[in-house]
Design a protein around this ligand. Sequence first.
Ligand code: THU
Length: 126
Amino acid sequence: MTDNELLAAADKAMENAYAPYSGFRVGAALLCADGRVFTGCNIENASYGATNCAERTAVFKAVSEGCRDFTAIAIVSSGGGETYPCGICRQVLGEFSPSIRIILRSSGGEAVSYTFQELMPKFFSL
Ligand code: THU
């Protein structure tokens, strides 16, 4: 699976975003070590704190299906340009796969990627 194919899966997932409050739509596609891909979108709530980010939707789908070893995650949004995962999502990704690669779409349209370490050095663990 190429980075552009994973970004395309994230684009498709973004179509299901439920974002009536922010109007900011996000899609994510998570590639597992066994080749499976789990997608997610942001799901907002009238009680704003109950909102779930696209990345965590994808992670929770994967973990609940028995997959915890993630190779890469692609993230796109309706905002244009790079959409970096929020701190909570970085922490959740790090719980399972601190060597995951994070793929974003640049404002020029091409894929750019970061190591987890670049975006979340010294994350919390027990
Ligand atoms: N959001 C995500 O889905 N992922 C992130 O990493 C950051 C923010 C969503 C949450 C909310 O629905 C909207 O973007 C605006 O914050």
